[in-house]
Design a binder for this molecule. Structure first.
Ligand code: MF3
Ligand code: CO
Length: 250
């Protein structure tokens, strides 16, 4: 069931989204060669708690960490670890926070030091694919309009669309209906209505889009070892322009 949120709920979701955005901004200066991904995880957890929220990922279906940190060919749900980021890595921080029962969710891929041109291209166009999807997130459109826009943009730029994971509704649950795939057909899927809130999250690859699940049963990795980028915003559907709850830029 797709829920339409009340004004009170939207106020809380806006705060949750803003906490996620603030967490990204807080961490960004620390995303440098030498820092461990576990350290970033712990800093995120402390920061989210200091804002009166909780890290939604921790314990979600047994996920063991506060945030997901995915490096290079890891697409999503990477485990923070003692791995030290190194110059040339790209790293995705997927941060979710719950404030008074309502969730915000935003993933963002960052460059560590100097990265390859192809990774700049991948990141730049994955972010743009997200905004192409967001443009379609308005009342009267269908979920398929978002999916089509993301896929078209990605494929026009020769990037692979990971099929196994998708965006989602969000509210009192981190993952609610509807699914928001990153590929599909215009005019299909559920109708979007004012005051629905969805997370749109293209996961694109520089190479083939096929993926496998790591032995840890969580982390999704590209089969061919090519790098992947992931950009995600939590977005409110209105009759006009969508409202992004998780900030404009990181
Ligand atoms: N943004 C991620 C997603 O929508 C959040 C995952 S939380 C986790 O899949 F606990 F499942 F990792
Ligand atoms: Co999400």
């Amino acid at each position: 069931m797709i829920t339409v949120k009340s004004d009170r709920e939207l106020e809380l979701m806006k705060i949750a989204g803003n906490i996620v955005y603030e967490t990204h901004k807080y961490l960004k200066p620390y995303i440098k060669p030498g820092i461990t991904t576990k350290k970033l995880n712990d800093m995120a957890e402390d920061f989210i708690i200091s804002k009166g929220a909780t890290p939604s990922c921790k314990g979600y279906e047994g996920f063991p960490f506060a945030i997901c940190i995915s490096v290079n060919d890891e697409v999503v749900h990477g485990f923070p670890s003692n791995y030290k980021l190194k110059d040339g890595d790209i790293v995705t921080l997927d941060i979710c926070a719950c404030y008074k029962g309502y969730h915000g969710d935003s993933g963002w891929t960052y460059a560590v030091g100097n990265i390859k041109e192809e990774d700049k291209y991948l990141m730049n166009h994955t972010e743009k694919a997200l905004y192409e999807g967001i443009k379609q997130a308005k009342a009267g459109n269908h979920v398929g309009d978002i999916s089509y826009a993301v896929q078209k943009y990605a494929e026009d730029h020769n990037l692979g669309v990971v099929r196994e994971l998708c965006g989602h509704g969000i509210g009192t649950d981190l993952h609610e209906d509807p699914d928001v795939p990153n590929f599909g057909t215009k005019g299909t899927g559920p109708l979007l209505k004012k005051n629905m809130v969805i997370a749109i999250e293209p996961m694109l690859t520089y190479g083939d889009y096929s993926v496998y699940l790591d032995d840890n049963d969580w982390t999704v990795i590209t089969d061919d070892g090519s790098n992947s980028a992931h950009f995600e915003h939590t977005v409110l559907i209105t009759d006009d322009e969508p409202i992004i709850f998780t900030g404009d830029d990181k």
